[in-house]
Design a protein around this ligand. Structure first.
Ligand SMILES: [Zn+2]
Ligand SMILES: [Zn+2]
Length: 188
């Protein structure tokens, strides 16, 4: 069976060199749906608590929220960084607290200190699905991701790559030592 969680991300981007309106900077509220599949965990009669899926995903994906997402070869990128630098916010601001851990993958690099994500490919809904999968596949048994933004939507099915052992008392993932970080249950 599947557990299904939703996340909203508000971001600005543009499609560099695209022959359409999207070549201009603009913003979206993106809706991400994460479908996680596993057996029913008998102890709690669920696959996985959806708020825990949200929490796990948000830890990393908050770097995309209220962020600017630009392709690495976009000439607007150094200009923005220069403005941030001159304004003294390039390396952070005390009001910028919604930061996940900085990540660097083949597809995307997060700069949480200035709410910027630099991508290898244009950040379409399809591109976002590739990025999200690469960031979360080791943490969640993802079988499907759907991302919508305005009239654009894409979805993709995956073979789960994670093996998540779950607590029979509260349903969340056990840590490496086989202990539940929430309720303290210890695997026998
Ligand atoms: Zn757009
Ligand atoms: Zn537990």
């Amino acid at each position: 069976m599947r557990s299904i969680a939703h996340i909203q991300l508000q971001y600005a981007h543009r499609f560099y060199n695209f022959k359409g309106e999207a070549q201009y900077l603009h913003g979206h509220t993106g809706h991400l749906t994460i479908e996680v599949e596993d057996s029913i965990n008998c102890g709690v009669n669920m696959v996985f608590p959806c708020n825990e899926i949200q929490k796990t995903a948000w830890e990393i994906l908050q770097n995309f929220d209220h962020a600017l997402i630009l392709r690495e070869d976009d000439p607007i990128l150094p200009v923005i960084l220069d403005v941030y630098e001159k304004q003294g916010i390039r390396h952070g601001a005390h009001t910028n607290t919604m930061k996940g851990p900085a990540f660097h993958t083949e597809l995307a690099t997060a700069h949480p200190e200035c709410r910027l994500v630099v991508t290898k490919e244009t950040m379409t809904v399809e591109g976002m699905i590739k990025i999200v999968h690469s960031l979360l596949k080791d943490k969640l048994n993802i079988v499907k991701l759907t991302f919508t933004s305005g009239v654009n939507a894409a979805s993709c099915c995956f073979t789960p790559e994670a093996k998540v052992e779950r607590c029979p008392l509260c349903g969340i993932a056990l840590n490496k030592e086989g202990v539940c970080p929430k309720c303290g249950y210890r695997k026998k």
